[in-house]
Design a protein around this ligand. Structure first.
Ligand SMILES: [Zn+2]
Length: 333
């Protein structure tokens, strides 16, 4: 069997993937047409062309534009089912998926029914277990984040297990969100922050010290600070790496410059993820294949990365052990 087929069949886990960045393009196209089309985007091919980015701010701008086509609760049921089917088809067995409820207040969508609509779509695909992580979206500021957190607490029964902050990291450092993260912990949520992607090492220090996060999203730019690298390795802070995303958004100049190999060799706890696969045209198999091509990762090392993702997951220890055992017993392992 060739490597590509092995990677596709391999049972896998995703910990850093955004629901709204994973909508298969045909499903997104259906929504664009539903809402009367977009003059600048007349065809499905034009839609695909839109997902090429000059820089991080341009990516955020495209993200906001795309989210403009999610206007009704039923849209979320449709996309959640489409995303879950797409992940299950790739042999993803478990995923923790970000969703960004504050982005949809502009269409009058409330967090609770929006979350229920997503869960309705996800439950139609029993082949994959999916938990949700609510992105409080740093762009709206800490006070709005606190209000969002209070609403998220009402939908824990919908499988919302954590909260995070994504968005414009370069304009919104972590420290002002410290009280919100403390409150999230009190309410029993696990926490993650995007850090060291659009901003540098200081943002990662802030996520660790001020937010006391359970995991760091990206941490790519930790390479700028040797003391930080040592700290991340010593504490085995789970890092959600998204290499192809980092290349697409020019966080690193090319795949060869990505620190994934260095982090693994330093003994860091690293998982590999796709971030926004419909917006970068990547899959988790592509991510692993890139590591094998550019950094000579072996099949054993890829298997270790999959197990590291399970270790980093926000599941009870017993459930993690069972998941790892089921992977290792799988004929595709
Ligand atoms: Zn992300």
């Amino acid at each position: 069997m060739n490597t590509r087929t092995w990677l596709e069949n391999l049972p896998k886990v995703e910990l850093h993937i955004h629901l709204e960045g994973s909508i298969p393009l045909d499903a997104l196209w259906t929504l664009v047409e539903k809402y009367g089309g977009d003059p600048a985007t007349p065809t499905l091919e034009a839609l695909r062309q839109r997902f090429v980015y000059r820089d991080f701010p341009h990516f955020i701008q495209t993200w906001v534009w795309k989210n403009g086509f999610l206007r009704q609760y039923e849209d979320f049921t449709v996309i959640a089912e489409a995303v879950a089917r797409d992940l299950a088809r790739q042999n993803m067995r478990y995923a923790e998926i970000f969703y960004s409820p504050p982005d949809f207040a502009r269409h009058g969508l409330e967090l609770q029914p929006l979350t229920e609509a997503i869960r309705r779509g996800l439950t139609r695909v029993p082949e994959i277990e999916i938990n949700l992580v609510a992105d409080l979206v740093r762009d709206f500021g800490p006070e709005q984040a606190a209000r969002t957190l209070a609403m998220v607490s009402e939908v824990k029964d919908q499988g919302v297990i954590g909260v995070g902050i994504g968005g414009s990291e370069q304009n919104h450092p972590p420290e002002p969100f410290a009280p919100v993260f403390a409150e999230a912990r009190r309410r029993g949520f696990r926490t993650s922050a995007h850090a060291g992607e659009a901003a540098g090492a200081a943002s990662i220090w802030g996520a660790l010290r001020a937010l006391e996060v359970d995991r760091i999203g990206h941490a790519t730019r930790a390479v700028e600070d040797a003391a930080l690298l040592a700290e991340l390795a010593r504490r085995r802070v789970p890092l959600e790496l998204c290499p192809i995303s980092n290349v697409c958004l020019s966080i690193v100049p090319d795949m060869a410059a990505h620190p994934a190999r260095r982090y693994v060799d330093m003994g860091m706890l690293v998982s590999i993820n796709t971030d926004d696969p419909a917006m970068f045209g990547n899959s988790l198999a592509d991510e692993y294949e890139a590591l094998m091509t550019h950094f000579a990762f072996t099949q054993d090392e890829i298997r270790a990365l999959v197990l590291a993702a399970i270790e980093s997951a926000w599941l009870p220890e017993e459930r993690k052990r069972a998941l790892a055992a089921s992977f290792q017993a799988d004929s595709a392992w």
